[in-house]
Design a protein around this ligand. Structure first.
Ligand SMILES: Cc1cc2nc3c(=O)[nH]c(=O)nc-3n(C[C@H](O)[C@H](O)[C@H](O)COP(=O)(O)O)c2cc1C
Length: 199
């Protein structure tokens, strides 16, 4: 086995493009950033995706409690959005206040600016101890305003290599805190059965 740091760096090859995940519960809207989202179906008529969300994130509870979220693939100029949604929690602030958006068909926020968005209904979950993998059925999809001229999607490697230098300390500190939280809880996996939101 390689030393843990080297193993972690190798696993970084498996991160997804950087996505913004929005949610809404009882009128409170929120958004976060993830680089752990992936297509989860090869069937064109059953579009599905999945995303890992840590339990310490406010978004986790909003998604778990409402069974819906919107996943936005970002274009590679959206550094400010990543800083706004991915570096602080929405528990005590409205992170979407100055981010142009509208409500989607499921009621969760759809951001105007993105590469593309997918509105999702949760159809299953997997507990990892420290996070939940949400499996979502895509019920609506669209391109962001001006997606085509914006070019490439934002990858995790591109974000890490090109984020403003003054953000790097904050990013690394957030990562270390998240890793500590996850380390304590990763071995306590629960058997969670997703029964949907119907009683
Ligand atoms: C590039 C990047 C990737 C991230 N990836 C994830 C991820 O895969 N899963 C996760 O739960 N949080 C991830 N985060 C951290 C959350 O976006 C961050 O904790 C956010 O503040 C949560 O907001 P909330 O508490 O309002 O939900 C990432 C952050 C950044 C900047």
């Amino acid at each position: 086995m390689l030393p843990p740091d080297q193993t972690y760096q190798l696993l970084r090859n498996l991160t997804s493009p950087v996505v913004a995940v929005t949610s809404e519960r009882d009128g409170k809207e929120n958004g976060m950033i993830s680089d752990a989202a992936i297509r989860a179906s090869i069937v064109p008529t059953v579009p599905r995706l999945s995303v890992y969300v840590h339990k310490f994130n406010f978004s986790h509870d909003l998604i778990f409690d409402t069974g819906r979220f919107v996943l936005h693939v970002l274009h590679n100029k959206q550094f400010d959005l990543i800083h706004r949604l991915g570096f602080v929690s929405g528990r005590d602030r409205d992170k979407l206040a100055d981010v142009p958006h509208r409500r989607g068909v499921l009621g969760a926020p759809v951001l105007d600016d993105c590469y593309a968005h997918f509105e999702c209904k949760v159809v299953n979950v997997m507990d990892t101890g420290s996070s939940t993998l949400f499996l979502g059925d895509v019920v609506e999809v669209g391109f962001g305003a001006g997606a085509a001229p914006r070019g490439e999607v934002m990858t995790a490697a591109y974000f890490r290599a090109h984020m403003p230098t003054e953000w790097k300390k904050e990013y690394e500190a957030g990562l270390v805190t998240a890793q500590r939280f996850a380390e304590e809880r990763s071995r306590k996996i629960r058997a969670v059965v997703w029964r949907g939101l119907e009683p």
